[in-house]
Design a protein. Structure first.
Length: 322
């Protein structure tokens, strides 16, 4: 979609009287008291206060007169305030770019006015939100480091065993889905069509001459389709559980096999072998493995030396030693 772009005048408030919302391009001096415009104090207007600029010949940002410091159009050869040549004049400070966010509110995209050319840039101010996020991240890193390093010695006793084996069951059936009509799968049945709303972003950029450009860009609206298609989908799962008194086995599936609608097949297989431990004061811990042989090696009633994490209070399963 073609971008929409239009030019409007910036606004400024007189620093010498109470006059407000003066036009950045048309009113270089206050019509009430004659005070000069301060280009560094120009600001973006609200939507209700916008004044469009039609067919204005731009030649870049304004320059500041080297002699009297008055802002003049770049098209001028000499300052209309004091007559001094504008050669060597610096560009005026410009407002940072703004972007319209959720709910139509305008938000700055950078730190605001730019320093004059040749001047040292002002140090960026850290936002409180950024500081809070940084502190949270730092706290998480510290906790992870402490969890990995701070451990205390303990003795634990094997108190129980448990195993679990599970097989997912999938069914070939008709399912409903939604997406761009151009990417509907082959063989799918379209049940509804609709236009998606385009996503639009509006940005405002200071031209530096008392005006700003407002540009609206929108993505193309893509036709959306709701369709039904036959495919395999997870239906349920079947599992078997037990302890040392029962040899681990895979569950028996009774499936209606094939590729017909309603037919079933075995999906992903998962297994886990858990050993329970009892520590001081009867505190319970557990470790899980995928290796049945390793699981059997922990005899019930056997004692092991181990490390307990200070942060979290859980058992470091890799630290277990007879």
């Amino acid at each position: 979609m073609s971008p929409y772009e239009k030019t409007y005048e910036m606004l400024w408030d007189c620093e010498y009287c109470s006059e407000k919302k003066l036009l950045g391009l048309s009113q270089r001096f206050c019509p009430t008291c004659g005070g000069p415009q301060n280009p560094a104090k120009r600001y973006f207007p609200s939507d209700a206060d916008k004044v469009a600029v039609e067919d204005h010949p731009y030649v870049g940002a304004d320059l500041t007169c080297p002699a009297c410091r008055q802002a003049m159009s770049r098209r001028c050869n000499n300052c209309s305030n004091c007559g001094s040549p504008l050669q060597g004049g610096r560009e005026v400070a410009m407002r940072g770019q703004e972007q319209q966010g959720q709910g139509g509110a305008w938000q700055p995209r950078d730190a605001g006015p730019m320093p004059p050319q040749g001047a040292a840039p002002a140090p960026a101010k850290k936002s409180r939100a950024g500081l809070v996020i940084g502190l949270v991240v730092l706290a998480l890193v510290v906790l992870l480091v402490l969890r990995a390093t701070l451990k205390k010695d303990a003795e634990v006793t094997v108190s129980g065993h448990e195993w679990r084996r599970e097989i997912a069951v999938e069914r070939f059936d008709e399912v409903e889905d939604k997406g761009p009509c151009s990417s509907v799968p082959s063989g799918a049945r379209i049940v509804a069509r609709g236009k998606a709303e385009p996503t639009c972003t509006t940005k405002r950029s200071d031209n530096g001459d008392g005006t700003f450009k407002e540009k609206k860009e929108c993505t193309e609206a893509v036709e959306q389709c709701t369709y039904k298609v036959e495919r395999w989908k997870a239906l349920s799962s079947v599992k078997e559980t037990g302890g040392l008194d029962r040899e681990p086995v895979w569950p028996v599936l009774r499936l209606r096999e094939g590729t017909c609608r309603g037919c079933e097949r075995a999906g992903e297989k998962t297994e886990a072998y858990k050993v329970s431990f009892t520590g001081a004061a009867g505190k319970e811990f557990s470790c899980s493995w995928k290796d049945a042989a390793k699981w059997r090696a922990y005899t019930k009633g056997a004692k092991f030396k181990a490390k307990i994490r200070v942060v979290g209070g859980d058992l470091d399963c890799d630290s277990l030693k007879p």
